[in-house]
Design a protein. Sequence first.
Length: 401
Amino acid sequence: MLVASSAGTVAVALPAFLTGALAVQIRDSLHFGPGALGLIVAFYYVGAASASVPLGRLVESLGALRVMRFASLASAVVLEGLAWTTTAPALLAVWLVLAGIASAGMQPAANQYMVRRLPVGRQGLAFGLKQSAVPLTATIAGLSVPAVALTLGWRFAFALAGAFAMVVASTLPRPSRTRSEQRAAALAERNVRADGTRSGSLWVLAVGFGLGIASAGALTAFLASSVVAAGMGRAAAGLLVAMGGLAAIAGRVASGWMADRRSGGHLRAVAVMLAVGAAAYVALAVVSYQKLAALVIPVVVVVFSVGWGWNGLFNFAVIDLYRDRPAWATGITQTGGRMGGVVGPFVFGQIANHASYGAAWLALAAACAVAALITIGVASRKQRGDRLPGVPVAGRGLHRP
């Protein structure tokens, strides 16, 4: 189940991450600048944000595996469309909207699939591993630059990714539900109807999540372009993105492993990681502005491993509060994340276009710092014992002993 969830997550994330990693080649081919790139990548998150809540509800009623299969098939179609029909920036944006919708279905579906089938004491690590599929996608995208894009062309990289997504869709387990899962689905549907207007804490967390994802989305979309502008070669920039993806995997796995050894405090841990990430973005701004090539690698390792390594832990913290309807809950928080993905690349691109990459990295640092403050605020409220709106009493105290 972990392999299926991770493979599906990779399949739907590939369109956006390949666009970021191959941005230099795509921009040369389609003739647009960094400001337009930010707007185009934002369309992926527009599609995802618009579909996250309705698809989260759909998962609760149709079941996780059905939605996962559909999302993987949709991503395969999108990737092949990106490969063979993209002749203008507008077409690239259209395909990325559809890719975002596929991603909006996959995330809550994979979350529900795992939380319903894994023992509680191993879910922190499992969610860290599952969310590692996202930076793994960044690694794959980065490696595709020297391996495929600079030899066969960027279109072949999308075509190969589309073939992978088709394989994922064809190898997912057949949809079926145990009796316990059917009862859980019925309970979730009732709770979603009952709590649909009492989800204030989730929307607050969604804002913090959105600010954090705004930083991460811009990071993956613009790191390659930023370091190339600072004097790094294109192949080396692709390898740097790949290395950053590996660092983010390590951060997510480590934070998930530690979560299984705590009795709570997951949101506080997320806030700490966001604060460290903000400091790392400041360092990246200095490195970019001063063109300190010798410091690029260690700064990128920190910004990816900590500043982007909190994602899996955040999802686990939310699901730990809403175990009876995880797809609905993460559908709401993912809406904030997707909106952050809209704003982050767009704003970064505009700042980079009109000021500098260094100034743009500082803006991401500010967003990450505010996200840390919001998350620690919600965590502190929970620590004081206040009941979070929309969280049933039965959903509390489900931490492992």
